[in-house]
Design a binder for this molecule. Sequence first.
Ligand code: ATP
Length: 285
Amino acid sequence: MSQSHAIEVRGLVKKYGNKAAVAGVDLTVEQGEIFALLGPNGAGKTTIVEILEGYRKADSGQVKVLGFDPATKGGAGQRWRNQIGIVFQSTNDSADLSVIETISHFANYYENPRDVQQVIDEVGLREKINAKARELSGGQRRRLDVALGIIGSPQLLFLDEPTTGFDPEARRSFWELIRTLKAEGATILLTTHYLDEAQALADRVGVINEGQIIEIATPDTLGGRNNAPAKVMWLENGSTQEILSKNPTEEVIKLGQRFNGQIPELQVLRPNLEEIYLRMIGEVK
Ligand code: ATP
């Protein structure tokens, strides 16, 4: 396996008892890429991510993260760990420390931490800077988790459902933050149940179901989305009309000629990522 990829996984298997939670996964994430793992509850996403982080042990397969096998005896080393940022699915530590104390405390673990005050602004916790972690709302607590994940200027960032509990505005600011980290050169592996989040952020998505990757593609091409027929809708005789077409431009031109100009309430809709994803998951079930 080459070292130029941020993450390389070949034939990964992880069983709990007799059941394979991860059943032979191949996956490559390039340096500087944002990759989103999508899949229903129990698909195996967290198991994969935690193996990559070195927190769970694979039964078989090859794994390289920033050039090292995270399961190396004694760990892949402190230097390796310092290059990795992690936002777990849920954490509840440091509940009695304030926001600034918690973030400053974590900053001390790293060689080259981001600026604590800047991180507090980036995650939108300025107003809660002196609040204790246990006094934060669910969404604010999640923002603190994100702050702890990025404080060490990670080269590789793992985000397991990072925006669960965020209000829409906080999600948009989080997306901006992730784009900033990418622009700074970070590689990001994210799991999410929000398909709009994957669409907004990911260079590529991998759909996983029952421990197996169904497809890896860009958000725009997943499941043949770019070639899927578009729905052309308009209002005629008091009701909404619709047709599915592989060539919606042609249909719109025809409609324009028929209406001799303005087409009432014209809409052209391509299937969004969520529709494609649900179709893919539905088909394999
Ligand atoms: P979610 O979207 O709900 O977070 P996920 O895709 O992250 O799900 P995993 O947490 O990786 O899924 O779980 C995959 C499967 O492995 C599930 O069937 C789960 O019940 C099982 N599993 C996970 N952790 C353990 C464990 N420690 N012991 C036994 N079974 C486990």
